[in-house]
Design a binder for this molecule. Structure first.
Ligand code: AMP
Length: 143
């Protein structure tokens, strides 16, 4: 396993060097829309602390990240009127990991609706912006 590359795209998002459709931020976590969503409302939750993936993550950093994963799972389910939520998380290329900063995929699910292939198609920015607003509204009303 290679180490952590601070030039990975999520590290650049965390430093504000490239934009994202942000839906949530706290002291430990950032959540934003996946630009190649596998379903409507596909959100990524990442820790602020650098780690390549789950395998090298500091257990204390993981413990501070998981409440945000749960918060976003609940908000995405409510905002998207989803029937369920899948959480996906990949470690190393053989598993399908393509960005080497730990992240959890939040995937709203409906009976009979299959996920699109991983990283297949870019979403329109205006659609991501609209979905981000819906998820932010669900987060605000869940407080
Ligand atoms: P993984 O295969 O788990 O490493 O997935 C990386 C995910 O990051 C994919 O679902 C990509 O669509 C997504 N992604 C890549 N670049 C960006 C970006 N700049 N903003 C938001 N999502 C991204």
């Amino acid at each position: 396993m290679n180490g952590y590359d601070p030039q990975n795209i999520f590290a650049k998002i965390l430093r504000g060097e490239i934009p994202c459709h942000k839906v949530y931020e706290d002291a430990h976590a950032l959540a934003f829309m996946d630009i190649m969503p596998r379903c409507d409302g596909h959100v990524l939750v990442i820790p602020k602390m650098p780690s390549r993936n789950l395998l090298d993550a500091n257990p204390e950093a993981l413990a501070t990240l998981m409440p945000a994963v749960q918060k976003l799972a609940r908000a995405c389910k409510a905002a998207m009127a989803a029937e369920g939520i899948s959480i996906e998380q990949y470690n190393e290329p053989a598993s399908g990991q393509t960005v080497y900063h730990l992240h959890f995929h939040i995937l709203p699910r409906w009976e009979g609706v299959k996920l699109k292939p991983h990283g297949a198609e870019m979403a329109k920015p205006e659609v991501l912006a609209m979905l981000a607003e819906k998820i932010k509204a669900a987060l605000a009303s869940s407080v």
